[in-house]
Design a binder for this molecule. Structure first.
Ligand code: UDP
Ligand code: MG
Length: 310
């Protein structure tokens, strides 16, 4: 019996990109020796995304649509796609054709070879600009230092998992503050990478602002590492050493000049100490916020309607 490939596509205000995405992707999927389903997740778009998807689903019953009641974010959309997927292999990709569908052929080949996780690694991302590229590589370097989970540098939200790996992800990784890419690294199983060149977005604009990316990076680091929590210990040791040095210096200058060191020193020290203190309080605060989100146990997403899902 033929195997099935589930392609999960998260869409937020992608009305301009979807028709081209569907045409290109479907034409490649048809050539594969697998059956397929295209699962589009409408992440609370305010434009005509849902009506475009509805039209596509009416003409092709392999197009399935899950529509959220509001915008829950890319991560929630991907997990919803995984939840509804029924394939022997699942691929997550963006709707803007930055993840070139021609790689689906290679992905299927790797799945047939028995790999459970296929990381798609970007070799080039022209459209992102130097700052995003620099920030992205700095982020991966930092998280690999801080966390025991090893991240593939330049990994993207373009990846594939076997049905078995998808089941593990669906059942066990229901965290509220999410980073699917991290869980994919965390589950183990035979894995491989495929390099790809990211294309430029076909239409519309990026939905990830720098502010969103920073917040996302901070949360991700905290979800995959407890090291920042221990920063207080290091900061305390550092401040202690600094205090001893300052004490020696004060006694020395007092003995030599006869006056204790001045007001400026106190201000400098106070500013330094408070900065360290507030930083640590902030870090602890953010961990508490993550814990709070877990404790509240609110849904990761709410589905308002579906098409072609039985
Ligand atoms: N996306 C989403 N929900 C959001 C933001 C983005 O589903 O709240 C989708 C978006 O439609 C796209 C993918 O996530 O298919 C990646 O977003 P985008 O292309 O804007 O990010 P970039 O490629 O610029 O990092
Ligand atoms: Mg994009």
């Amino acid at each position: 019996m033929k195997k099935t490939l589930s392609v999960v596509v998260s869409c937020y205000n992608e009305e301009l990109a979807l028709d081209r995405f569907y045409e290109e992707t479907a034409s490649i999927l048809k050539k594969l020796n697998w059956k397929y389903e295209l699962i589009f997740v409408n992440d609370g778009s305010q434009d005509q995304t849902l009506s475009v998807l509805t039209r596509l689903s009416e003409s092709d019953d392999r197009v399935k649509v899950i529509s959220f009641s509001r915008n829950f974010g890319h991560e929630a959309a991907m997990i919803a796609g995984l939840d509804y997927s029924q394939g022997d292999g699942i691929v997550c990709m963006d709707a803007d054709l930055q993840h070139p569908p021609e790689y689906l052929t290679e992905i299927v080949k790797k799945l047939e070879e028995g790999y459970d996780v296929i990381n798609m690694v970007r070799t080039r991302n022209e459209s992102a600009g130097w700052f995003k590229n620099f920030a992205s590589s700095a982020f991966y370097r930092l998280i690999n230092v801080l966390s025991d989970v090893k991240f593939e540098p330049n990994a993207s939200d373009f990846f594939a998992v076997s049905g078995k790996a998808a089941k593990v992800l669906k059942e066990n990784y229901r965290e509220k503050v999410r980073f699917l890419r991290g869980y994919v690294q965390n589950i183990g199983y035979p894995r491989t990478t495929i390099e790809y060149e990211a294309r430029t977005r076909v239409a519309g604009e990026s939905k990830y602002s720098i502010k969103k990316l920073i917040a996302f990076s901070v949360n991700t680091i905290m979800c995959f590492s407890n090291l920042p929590l221990k920063l207080g210990i290091y900061a305390g040791c550092g401040a202690g050493i600094l205090g001893i040095v300052m004490m020696i210096y004060t006694i020395w200058s007092w003995a030599r000049v006869g006056t204790p060191s001045g007001y400026a020193t106190i201000i400098v020290l106070m500013c330094f100490m408070f900065a360290v203190l507030f930083l640590i309080v902030g870090i602890i605060g953010n961990y508490i916020a993550i814990l709070f989100a877990e404790l509240k146990d609110r849904p990761i997403y709410i589905v308002e309607e579906t098409k072609n899902i039985h």
